[in-house]
Design a protein around this ligand. Structure first.
Ligand code: SF4
Ligand code: SF4
Length: 333
């Protein structure tokens, strides 16, 4: 079934939002690189403003910020957008399952592009044996537990403040940029291997290794939205199970409660029977475009709330960046 060019299908909207968001992330990255370049030249040449949105790529620091905020009311002023975006994505998971993964995350978009390319070139995507799949899926939860223990359990309040006031955190965004612009051979090899695995297997990184996705998956259990199947009209054709990128056996479930479900609605779009498969708010089915609206609405609402409440722009000054950016390589080694 071709759902790509059908604007009544959620997949069409999802692909549009995914690639537009990826384009926006690339734009932010380029703008941030120009901002950093200005300070690397000692404040010479053209100046480009710093886009706070790049802080969305600092989820581990955001977890430290979250703990500091919850335990002491201290809202980190250095990278406030990191916490705002983190909270926004958590809210998205509570409302619309792991929709961040399939509607917004740039890594998810690239992975989806890769496995679709792999399917086109190789004629199919491969499946890992069931027992190995189970074992590998545990890896992302193990990584999540590792970070949760390290930060949420073991890090005392004083250490939180120490981290959030350290020079390393002040230029964590610059370090992240340098990671991408000056990748080591090891990083290139690891990313290359993951890209190759993603060509063969659907969403290899997301399914097995991403701790962020694991966290969103755990929260998604509380989401009132679920894929629901009407048994009375279901023909049992299995198109939904075959299409599901998360390998969920939709065909045999009345409601999908899996932490792997990203709310991508691919199953819904592939069901040939009218009014049989839908994402529902409790028992009320919602149209695909409704999910698109909720995803974009929650994201925009979170960002707007951060901006209006004064938790968006960094407290670091021109003088701070002039001093810190040329020294970035010295921190964190
Ligand atoms: S069950 Fe449906 S919405 Fe959930 S991941 Fe599978 S295809 Fe996407
Ligand atoms: S695609 Fe629709 S009709 Fe076919 S098994 Fe799934 S829910 Fe039933």
């Amino acid at each position: 079934m071709n759902v790509k060019n059908d604007w009544t299908k959620a997949t069409r909207w999802r692909l549009l939002i995914q690639w537009a968001f990826l384009g926006w992330c690339v734009f932010l990255g380029v703008q941030f690189a120009l901002f950093v370049g200005y300070y690397q030249r000692g404040g010479q040449g053209a100046y480009y403003p710093r886009p706070p949105g790049v802080e969305g790529f600092l989820p581990i620091g955001a977890l430290v910020s979250l703990k500091a905020w919850v335990t002491s009311g201290y809202f980190d002023p250095v990278h406030p957008a990191a916490l705002v975006l983190f909270l926004t994505f958590l809210a998205m998971a509570l409302l619309t399952r792991k929709s961040f993964c399939s509607w917004l995350c740039p890594v998810g978009t690239l992975e989806e592009g890769l496995w679709k390319l792999g399917r086109r070139v190789l004629g199919r995507n491969f499946r890992i044996w069931y027992w190995l799949d189970l074992l590998l899926r545990f890896c992302k939860y193990a990584l999540l537990l590792f970070f949760a223990k390290l930060i949420l359990l073991d890090m005392p309040t004083l250490a939180l403040r120490g981290f959030l006031n350290a020079p390393y955190w002040k230029i964590a965004d610059v370090k992240m940029l340098h990671f991408f612009t000056g990748m080591s051979t090891t990083s290139l090899l690891v990313i290359g291997a993951l890209a190759l695995l993603s060509l063969i297997y659907r969403n290899f990184w997301c399914r097995y290794l991403c701790p962020y996705g694991a966290l969103l998956g755990v929260l998604s259990f509380f989401s009132p939205l679920k894929i629901r199947r009407a048994e009375a009209t279901c023909s049992g054709c299995g198109a939904c199970s075959r299409a599901c990128p998360a390998r969920i056996d939709v065909q045999h479930k009345r409601a999908v409660c899996s932490a792997e479900c990203t709310g991508c609605l691919t199953c819904v779009d592939h069901c040939p029977e009218p009014a049989t498969l839908a994402i529902g708010l409790w028992r009320r089915p919602l149209p695909g475009w409704g999910i698109a609206l909720v995803v974009v609405g929650v994201f925009s609402g979170g960002v707007l709330l951060g901006m209006l409440s004064g938790h968006w722009q960094t407290s670091l000054s021109h003088a701070d960046y002039l001093r810190l950016i040329p020294m970035a390589a010295r921190f964190g080694h």
